[in-house]
Design a protein. Structure first.
Length: 104
């Protein structure tokens, strides 16, 4: 099956489901690694939405935005994972309820 034959509303509804799964993961989960993965899931849903609209409108602006979003997501993953490793080394946990450093 070719993706160009699929109706755009099907792809956009799939993107909204993926986005809300990621949003649910950010809001409910307490593990920092799961929260980072949920943010990545939300960014991928936005990327797929940009590509869908870019294809529908025959404009490359959406696809160019995807490259910038992927770059920012890679940087966010690297910095976030570095912070998580540093916190785990000092606090011995990645649970957001157990981290008291940022509350004071």
């Amino acid at each position: 099956m070719n993706l160009s034959s699929v109706e755009p509303w099907i792809i956009l509804s799939f993107c909204s489901v993926i986005f809300f799964i990621g949003l649910f993961g950010v809001m409910i989960r307490r593990n920092i690694l799961i929260i980072l993965m949920s943010i990545e899931l939300m960014l991928n849903a936005v990327n797929l939405t940009f590509v869908t609209y870019s294809k529908q409108l025959a404009h490359l602006g959406g696809q160019m935005s995807v490259f910038f979003i992927i770059t920012v997501a890679a940087a966010e993953s690297a910095v976030g994972l570095g912070l998580v490793i540093a916190m785990f080394r000092t606090l011995k946990t990645v649970d957001t309820d157990q981290i008291q450093m940022l509350r004071e």
